[in-house]
Ligand binder design. Structure first.
Ligand code: KIV
Length: 305
């Protein structure tokens, strides 16, 4: 059995079994060719615990938080301080999954030194065991510097949302042969530099499969077809936690409708409050038996602070 996996086939923990070993970046890398990697985004402690217990291998504290939690139109405004705080909540709660901090825009675009300092915040303050960053050749000096500081790096090619303005929108990448060749070349360079896994976002399935064959590290696809070594989705897309009418990308498979569950629960609560059905006696407190009722205490002036 691969070091870092649990004793169960799914990797999920169950009561009575020993705490699973934490997955590391090398353990994720070693899954290549052995079994598929299931990754999801996570931004807070309770969902991280649930996803971890479900057997998710890798929890990405993604800068997608800016869109799905904070309601922005893109990821560009994500701040490192805020991301590190969310990372701390996730890594404090996940017992088995590898927690990866997603470096926000402009935290690794200037100098290698600044990039190392920013990446290290995810490790030292956020409790992450790896970071992710977007881009290819132009980011290699920063990637090499972060790796030299002993921080594992996950790459991200294809539709890189932090480049939305340069790309002219959230569009599928690598549909033309020259662009596909460039992406394959970039993937090889990232693998040669030492990244432990590579996210491929919104690229044609054939291209993702070709890249997957060509590099020795796992590819983790999002909108990149079934030929990747693993898959990642944004949790809110997976469970339908979005404002009514929100657009869902075509590559998302919705496994639940948590939005409807929340809306229906809140509507039932509103109705119960208005009708007086909530709270019941069982949901209220009573004075100790034999004690004077609080009303009597107030009448005697004893209940005042
Ligand atoms: O920020 C994010 O959630 C991501 C995933 C979509 C891969 O980068």
């Amino acid at each position: 059995m691969t070091r870092g996996t649990t004793g169960t086939a799914t990797g999920a923990s169950s009561p009575g079994t020993p705490a699973p070993l934490r997955l590391t970046a090398p353990a994720i890398r070693a899954f290549k060719g052995r079994r598929k990697i299931a990754a999801l985004t996570a931004y807070d402690a309770p969902t991280a615990a649930l996803l971890d217990a479900a057997g998710v291998d890798l929890l990405l504290v993604g800068d997608s938080i800016e869109m799905v939690v904070y309601g922005a139109a893109d990821t560009l405004g994500a701040s490192l301080d805020r991301m590190v705080a969310h990372a701390k909540a996730v890594s404090g709660s996940a017992k088995r999954a590898l927690v990866v901090g997603d470096l926000p825009y402009l935290t690794y675009h200037t100098t290698p030194e600044e990039s190392v300092r920013n990446a290290a915040r995810f490790v030292v303050e956020g409790g992450c065991r790896a970071v992710k960053l977007e881009g290819g050749s132009q980011r290699l000096p920063m990637i090499k510097a972060i790796l030299a500081a002993e921080i594992p790096v996950m790459g991200h090619l294809g539709l890189t949302p932090q480049s939305v303005n340069a790309l002219g929108g959230f569009k599928v990448q690598g549909r033309r042969a020259t662009e596909a060749r460039r992406l394959l070349d970039e993937a090889k360079k990232l693998a040669d530099a030492g990244v432990f896994a590579l996210v491929l976002e919104c690229v044609p399935a054939e291209l993702a499969a070709r890249i997957t064959e060509a590099i020795p590290i796992p590819t983790i696809g999002i909108g990149a077809g079934a030929g990747c070594d693993g898959q990642v989705l944004v949790l809110h897309d997976l469970v339908g936690l979005a404002a009514p009418g929100a657009r869902v990308p075509r590559f998302v498979r919705r496994y639940a409708d948590v939005g409807a569950v929340i809306r229906d629960a809140a509507a039932a609560y509103v109705a119960d409050v208005r009708s007086g059905a909530f709270p019941s006696e069982a949901e209220s407190f009573a004075a100790e038996p034999g004690e004077a009722p609080p009303v009597a205490l107030y009448a005697a002036g004893e209940g005042r602070r």
